[in-house]
Write a protein that binds this ligand. Sequence first.
Ligand SMILES: [Zn+2]
Length: 148
Amino acid sequence: MLLTTKTAPTQATKYFSAQTLQRTYNRVATAQAALEIDDPTRDKKAERLSKGWLLFFAGDVLDSAVADHYYVRGSKGAVYAVTPCSCECGDAEHRGVECKHVVAVRCLRYARAAELVKQSAELEAQRLATLAKNRRLTLVRQEKTASA
Ligand SMILES: [Zn+2]
């Protein structure tokens, strides 16, 4: 199952801009595109990436009280303790693969980082606009003083 652009009702849209969600989605799609074509587990890996994205998108990744530790709501009501590189589910613990819960946590962390970068770029743009405005005011004042 590869990602499609079809979207579902979501929690993530409450917390992240469309731009950030698109970036996060693109990152997952890029990871899918990078899967080796002759890897016999390719479809399973692609599916876990898709499902991880959907868990993130649906708001099923929850913060815990401990930094870098999360809870991810899985199917059938199970809740897993997850870090960016470990999970207690069967896929991760017994099959040793990157499970959809880890993918979901990575999506959340990526989206948060992307949102911070976006916000800091916006703040910088505001700061520069204010500087430019103040500079214009100073020039106007100087011109008035000079012509007085
Ligand atoms: Zn897992």
